[in-house]
Design a protein around this ligand. Structure first.
Ligand code: IPE
Ligand code: IPE
Ligand code: MG
Length: 239
């Protein structure tokens, strides 16, 4: 069997931060801090090897269920990261990332939502690699959002229900215009999607790894890609 080409779009569920911290007798927040460092490292590595689209699950619509203390700490980290991006403009310039935040802005602290808009705007002409950061993201909420938009178009008489296609739904998702993920990586030994890119990952290849996200290295990333390259993608075709 011929090997697959390098995946164009890789999606990563950054999981295991809490367990990583707990194993070290540290507060969960320290795990999130370390996880953010690993996020940066993997971004740089992926851009170096030529990945075009890289998506990260950072905070789900379900993660609001956590203690106020943990949620606040995660929001503080995000705020810090967004502010730093301005300072890291130079690095970002070299990295050439076009950054998008996928998820509902409503419900986010307003200052963070504003910073997200700014970062997206500043990076909009970068072309080296697309980086999607999924924050306050839920796959079901995303589909509901698209369904509402379609219903409104129908109500205004602009669209006939018979003309709704898979493409019309895709075009209303946060990932509109981007290729679907080819490979979804989940570290930390959990075997589930947890509401991540559920529409877009319909034909993705899944790779699970026991390593906790804060320990995840470029070598682990390579192993996931290598596994992907040896998969036989059929998309429903006969062999
Ligand atoms: C992933 O790590 C980060 C977020 C969900 C925000 P976790 O915090 O879920 O870590 P575990 O799964 O408890 O180890
Ligand atoms: C998924 O991890 C969300 C993120 C990594 C941001 P969770 O830790 O929230 O998922 P579950 O609860 O184990 O399914
Ligand atoms: Mg988790």
């Amino acid at each position: 069997m011929q090997q697959q080409a390098l995946p164009r779009h890789i999606a990563v569920i950054m999981d295991g931060n809490g367990r990583w911290a707990k194993m070290r007798g540290l507060p969960r927040t320290d795990g999130h801090k370390q996880g953010a460092e690993v996020f940066r490292k993997i971004c740089r590595y992926a851009a170096d090897i030529g990945v075009e689209y890289l998506s990260f699950y950072a905070f789900s619509t379900e993660n609001w269920k956590r203690s106020a203390q943990e949620v606040d700490a995660i929001m503080d980290l995000l705020r810090h990261y967004l502010n730093e991006m301005e300072e890291r403009e130079q690095e970002n310039e070299e990295g050439g990332y076009r950054i998008r935040f996928l998820g509902a802005r409503e419900g986010m602290p307003p200052d963070i939502a504003h910073l997200m808009d700014e970062v997206e705007e500043r990076s909009k002409d970068k072309t080296r690699m697309f980086v999607n950061l999924c924050v306050n993201y839920g796959g079901r909420a995303e589909i509901v959002h698209a369904a509402r938009a379609l219903a409104e178009q129908v109500q205004r008489g602009e669209l006939s229900p018979a003309d709704i296609t898979e493409q019309s739904v895709s075009d209303l998702l946060y990932t509109a215009g981007q290729p679907d993920p080819d490979l979804v990586i989940r570290p930390s030994g959990e075997y589930r999607l947890s509401n991540f890119l559920i529409w877009q990952s319909a034909y993705a290849e899944f790779y699970y790894d026991n390593v906790l996200w804060p320990d995840f290295t470029p070598a682990d990333f390579d192993r996931a890609i290598e596994a992907y390259r040896n998969r036989d993608r059929r998309f429903g075709n006969a062999k």
